[in-house]
Design a protein around this ligand. Structure first.
Ligand code: NAP
Ligand code: F7E
Length: 363
């Protein structure tokens, strides 16, 4: 049995948070939010051959966070991260988070996105069961169910290796809450986007391509299923809900969404409108970009979060598209003028260079 740690020595008043996946979209925004609230912030990152701290640099918080190397498949590194940081609150955001990749890497996704949750909960149970725990659950849990909108009582119907791994994470979180009395919450977050979104996700793929097309740097945009509908919100607002959940007296699960649904096609129309171009001239549907199984329509009912957390979204669909397209346009213009800054777009390969399982099935 390992020695238990209770509280920390560094400061009796300053709250400490450990964020797994601090290099990701939500990790970076949450780190900023917690720093602004006076927390000491620790974050785990993966050792990579090239460092990946651009989001923390972009938000100008890289110097303010404490970094700890850890990997979700390595229990010892998770234990180490908790022992070093001795957090009051642990926000578990790290995951293989791309649904498309989960079809290519179903086993890895299960290990990381699913079992990774238990590795953390077990470490909490052993080291300090008083740590409050946030699990990044997802609207993908609802998958191909047929309800018009989804709330905390809607049945789950996962439709990808990612979704089933998240379903496991959702239930293990509840089991540790009920079985061991750990303060563990599931935030069932619907899609949330921002200029810090990874470029493989459809919204940022569109905003980045629209900016490049408008500046004559790209000729066409290839996409898969344009009819898929999502409830898209603004990431900086969504991370606030994570914090609010851990400030409650009792742990619970909450849907975080906008209660609106829009198709990929609508996102395209709106994005091209901003640069005064007709999307139909530039977009090609490519069947290689279709998933083996897709989620058709999601719309989240966040009434419980509004009532119990006082949380509600402010940025809605059109404003979100505008924020993303304008920021990508601005980045490419700065880049063309010779300015250099932390940024992901220049490091991404063209999608046609990536040979996936879909590519083989097509031949
Ligand atoms: P993201 O940008 O893809 O970030 C994922 C983070 O996980 C990155 O820091 C990544 O590190 C880290 N990571 C991946 N594999 C890891 C491993 N084996 N060990 C340790 N760290 C690992 O995702 P996000 O959009 O911020 O989402 C945060 C969480 O919310 C994820 O769990 C996601 O599944 C979930 N979620 C997201 C949404 C959404 O719409 N954004 C909605 C619902 C739920 P690298 O930087 O090194 O890759
Ligand atoms: O796809 C369609 C695609 O990859 C949205 C993750 O954060 O949110 C995210 O998962 C829709 C799908 O996000 C392309 O088929 C069409 O129907 O942006 P996405 P996602 O799969 O909804 C949930 C809540 C999470 O939890 C996940 O971590 O867009 N689509 N054409 C395309 N999608 C992509 N990526 N690329 C296309 O070319």
């Amino acid at each position: 049995m390992r020695k238990k740690i209770f509280g920390g020595e560094t400061s009796k008043t300053m709250k400490k948070a450990l964020i797994t996946g601090i290099t990701g979209q939500d990790g970076a925004y949450l780190a900023k939010l917690l720093l602004d609230k006076g927390y000491r912030v620790y974050g785990t990152y993966r050792r990579l051959s090239t460092p990946n701290f651009w989001r923390l640099q972009y938000l100008d918080i890289f110097e303010k966070v404490n970094l700890i190397p850890a990997d979700l498949i390595d229990t010892a590194s998770i234990v180490e991260a908790i022992e070093i940081s001795q957090p009051d609150e642990l926000y578990h955001l790290a995951a293989q988070s791309f649904v498309g990749t989960s079809f290519e890497q179903p086993i890895g996704t299960g290990e990381i996105t699913g079992l990774g949750v238990t590795r953390i909960l077990e470490a909490i149970r052993e080291l300090n069961p008083k740590i409050k725990f946030y699990q990044a659950s997802s609207s993908e849990l609802y998958g191909r169910g047929n309800s018009r909108s989804q709330n905390e009582n809607t049945p789950f119907c996962p439709a990808s290796p990612y979704a089933i791994a998240k379903l496991y994470g959702y239930w293990i979180t509840r089991i540790y809450r009920q079985g061991y009395g750990i303060f563990a919450c599931n935030g069932i977050l619907f899609n949330h986007e921002s200029p810090l979104r990874g470029l493989e996700f459809v919204t940022r793929k569109i905003s980045n391509s629209v900016a490049k097309i408008a500046l004559g740097l790209q000729k066409e945009l290839r996409l898969g299923n344009l009819e898929a509908k999502r409830d898209w919100g603004y990431a900086p607002e969504y991370v606030e809900s994570m914090y609010l959940m851990l400030q409650k007296d009792k742990p619970d699960d909450y849907v975080i969404a906008t209660n609106e649904t829009h198709s990929v096609r609508e996102f395209l129309e709106e994005a091209f409108k901003i640069v005064n171009l007709n999307w139909k001239k530039y977009v090609k549907v490519d069947k290689l970009l279709y998933r083996p199984l897709d989620v058709e329509r999601l719309r989240g009912d966040y009434a419980k979060a509004k009532k119990e957390l006082g949380w509600e979204p402010k940025v809605k669909f059109k404003e979100l598209v505008k924020i993303m397209v304008e920021e990508d346009l601005n980045r490419w213009q700065r880049w063309l003028k010779g300015e250099r800054f932390p940024w992901d777009a220049i490091n991404y390969p063209d999608e046609h260079k990536i040979l996936s399982r879909q590519y083989r099935l097509d031949r």
